[in-house]
Ligand binder design. Structure first.
Ligand SMILES: NC(=O)c1ccc[n+]([C@@H]2O[C@H](COP(=O)([O-])OP(=O)(O)OC[C@H]3O[C@@H](n4cnc5c(N)ncnc54)[C@H](O)[C@@H]3O)[C@@H](O)[C@H]2O)c1
Length: 285
């Protein structure tokens, strides 16, 4: 007789704690470190031994996060739209701590007011396009530009860039944001190809919907719609991305370079019509 497996309620997936100590003695910069994915990554890096520079346009919030981290971690106010402030951030960190092991390029313009202007090819202004490309894309290049010479001298360094699942599929909104995220994947491969042989690893993470302050402000009504398209019982949280970023930044990922890892609850893994097909089946097909 066939075994009947009874369905059980979905169990929350367990998340192992930051017990690995993979970043002892290392120095890390996290941009956009005052909130969401960046903040969770700061906490995880520090819990695993790193001295972390919490870099953010919101200096006050960055100070509050850094104050909780220990390991001589500190805050640094900077603006991703201003490359001179990125130069100060990176070179100042190296001058103060004598090395740089991890750069997590993660800040992006996530304000709903900006997204309202980031429309489509016909309506978007060049000013909005340039603003988004500057803060989301050129800023990541600038971080690499100033970090790489020191990392190359050290013979090691890990860069993790935050892209987005938006890089892999079209959307009816956020033209410039989506293009900036797709370009980050190209930037990641370029850095890995140019500098991998010098001991540099550069990888990217591509989050799907993650419950951060940024996404909650931007897409509060969209969250319920999106949940139907996930293949996990829960929507992702910043800590889920922090775990992936820290894996890629650690020596456990020493054989991984130039790659982009999607963490989206399986949203891009299935037929885009899945939800419609479920509805169709419920109506008797
Ligand atoms: N949360 C999601 O659903 C999601 C999905 C895909 C990609 N992402 C990406 O993940 C990254 C983090 O997003 P989040 O959801 O944690 O956002 P968040 O809004 O919670 O945090 C973003 C942080 O970046 C800072 N920031 C904004 N503009 C800045 C600037 N000009 N200079 C310096 N810092 C600036 C903000 O002050 C904030 O602390 C972003 O690159 C975002 O595009 C997020």
């Amino acid at each position: 007789m066939a075994t009947v497996i009874q369905p059980s309620a979905p169990q929350p997936l367990s998340r192992p704690g930051p017990h690995l100590g993979r970043f002892q003695g290392q120095v890390a910069i996290v941009t956009g470190g005052a909130s969401g994915i960046g903040e969770a990554t700061c906490r995880r890096l520090a819990a695993e031994g790193a001295t972390v520079v919490v870099a953010d346009v919101n200096g006050e919030r960055a100070e509050a996060v850094a104050a909780e981290l220990g390991n001589h971690s500190r805050a640094q106010q900077f603006d991703a739209a201003d490359v001179t402030s990125i130069e100060r951030l990176v070179l100042g960190t190296i001058e103060r701590f004598g090395r740089l092991d991890v750069l997590h390029n993660n800040a992006a313009l996530t304000s709903p007011a900006l997204h309202a202007k980031d429309t489509n090819a016909i309506d978007i202004s060049f000013e909005t396009w340039d603003l988004v490309m500057g803060a989301n894309l050129r800023a990541y290049l600038a971080g690499c530009k100033y970090a790489l010479p020191t990392m190359i001298k050290q013979g090691s360094g890990a860069i993790v860039n935050t892209a987005s699942t938006g890089a892999f599929s079209g959307d009816i909104t956020r033209m410039a944001y989506t293009v900036s995220k797709a370009a980050i994947i190209g930037l990641t491969r370029q850095i890995a190809t140019h500098h991998g042989p010098q001991g540099i690893r550069c990888n990217a993470v591509a989050p799907g919907l993650v419950l951060s302050a940024g996404s909650l402000a931007t897409v509060p009504n969209v969250i319920k719609v999106m949940q139907r398209h996930l293949l996990t019982p829960e929507i992702g949280e910043p800590e889920d991305l922090a775990a992936l970023v820290c894996f890629l930044a650690s020596s456990e990922a020493r054989y991984i370079n130039g790659q982009t890892y999607i963490a989206d609850g399986g949203m891009l893994a299935h037929n885009p019509a899945m939800a419609d097909l479920i509805d169709l089946a419920a109506r008797g097909g």
